[in-house]
Design a protein around this ligand. Structure first.
Ligand code: PDD
Length: 284
C-alpha cells in the first residue's frame, strides 16, 4: 500500500484519511508533531524523537501516553505496510475533537487526543546541494517564545519558507529583533570561524533539533570546538562557512546569504564537509 495514513487506530490510503472539522489541531493548531526518516529501513533517532514528542505533549498538557499507546510499534507497522525502500514519517498528536472553546475540554467530557501518522517515500537531499552549496535569504523571526515545543503552529515558518521559495533560495534564516540569527524556518543553523562551530543555544528561541545534537556530538568527537552561543547576522555574513541541518535536509552547506557570498572559496567548506561525512557514517 503506497503513501498510507493512520488515524486513531485505522490505517488507510492517505487520500482517504480524515479528521473532524472540530479537531483542535485544525481550529487552534493545538497539537504537536515529529518528522522521522528511515535509513536502511530503520527510523533514525526513534528514541530521541519519541522523547521530544513526549516533552512537547507535556509542555502543552496534552494527555497522551505514547508508550502505553504503542506509538513506536504503530510507526514500525506503518513503515512495513507502506513498503518503501526508505520512508518519511510524519506523526501528529492534537488535543482532540471538542466544541470550539479556547480553553481545554473538561477532563469529564471524555475528549481524547487525535493521533495521526503518515508514511511517504523519503526523498534524500539532492547531491548538487552538497557539491555547490545553497543560497538562503534572511527573514524576521516572527515566532513565539516557545519554539522548543514542536507544535503544528508553523505559520511564521511557512511565510518565511515561502519568502525563500519566491527568492529561489533553499531556506530562510530567521533573525530576531535584536539582530541574532536563531535558526532556519525548518532547519538548525551553524556558522564556522577559524575551524570552530557556533550555533544558537537550546531554549525557547529554537527547536531542540535531533540532527543538531547528532552533528554537535560528531564535531566534538572530531575534536572540533563547539560554542552554543547566539550569533548576530553579521557574524554569519563574515563566517568562513555556514551550514544548515535537519531530518529532511540532513546537513547542507550555505554559500550565500541574501547577496553576500560566504567564505572565500564560494564552495562548501572543509568543516561542513567533514561533519557531513561523519553524519553519513552515523546513518549507515
Ligand atoms: N523540521 N528547526 C526547525 C524550526 C524545524 O522545524 C526543524 C525540523 C529543525 C530540525 O530538527 P530535526 O533535526 O529534529 O529534524 C530545526 C521538520 C523536519 C519539519 O518541520 O518538516
Amino acid at each position: 500500500m503506497p503513501e498510507i495514513a493512520y488515524v486513531n487506530g485505522c490505517f488507510s490510503p492517505i487520500g482517504e484519511a480524515v479528521v473532524s472539522v472540530e479537531d483542535r489541531g485544525f481550529q487552534y493548531a493545538d497539537g504537536v508533531y515529529e518528522v522521522l526518516a528511515t535509513y536502511g529501513g530503520e527510523p533514525h533517532g526513534m528514541e530521541e524523537h519519541l522523547l521530544r514528542l513526549e516533552r512537547s505533549l507535556g509542555e502543552l498538557r496534552i494527555e497522551c501516553d505514547i508508550r502505553e499507546y504503542g506509538l513506536e510499534g504503530i510507526i514500525r507497522e506503518a513503515i512495513a505496510r507502506a513498503g518503501f525502500k526508505e520512508s518519511l514519517i510524519y506523526v501528529q498528536i492534537t488535543r482532540g475533537v471538542a466544541p470550539r472553546r479556547h480553553e481545554f475540554p473538561l477532563a469529564s467530557s471524555g475528549v481524547s487526543p487525535t493521533v495521526v501518522l503518515t508514511v511517504k517515500e523519503l526523498a534524500r537531499p539532492q547531491a548538487s546541494w552538497y557539491e555547490t552549496g545553497v543560497k538562503v535569504v534572511t527573514s524576521p523571526d516572527l515566532r513565539w517564545k516557545r519554539c522548543d515545543i514542536k507544535t503544528v503552529a508553523l505559520l511564521p515558518n511557512v511565510l518565511a519558507k515561502q519568502q525563500a521559495a519566491e527568492a529561489g533560495a533553499f531556506e530562510a534564516l530567521l533573525v530576531d529583533e535584536t539582530g541574532r540569527v536563531t535558526e532556519g524556518s525548518s532547519t538548525s543553523s551553524f556558522r564556522v570561524l577559524d575551524g570552530e562551530i557556533w550555533t544558537t543555544p537550546l531554549g525557547g528561541h529554537i527547536l531542540s533539533s535531533i540532527t543538531r545534537e547528532a552533528l554537535l556530538r560528531a564535531a566534538r568527537d572530531l575534536g572540533i570546538a563547539v560554542w552554543e552561543e547566539f550569533s548576530l547576522l553579521e557574524d554569519y555574513l563574515q563566517a568562513d562557512e555556514v551550514f544548515l541541518a535537519g531530518t529532511t535536509a540532513e546537513s547542507i552547506p550555505v554559500v550565500q546569504i541574501d547577496d553576500t557570498a560566504i567564505g572565500s572559496s564560494g564552495a562548501p567548506g572543509p568543516v561542513t564537509m567533514r561533519l557531513r561525512a561523519a553524519f553519513l557514517e552515523m546513518l549507515s
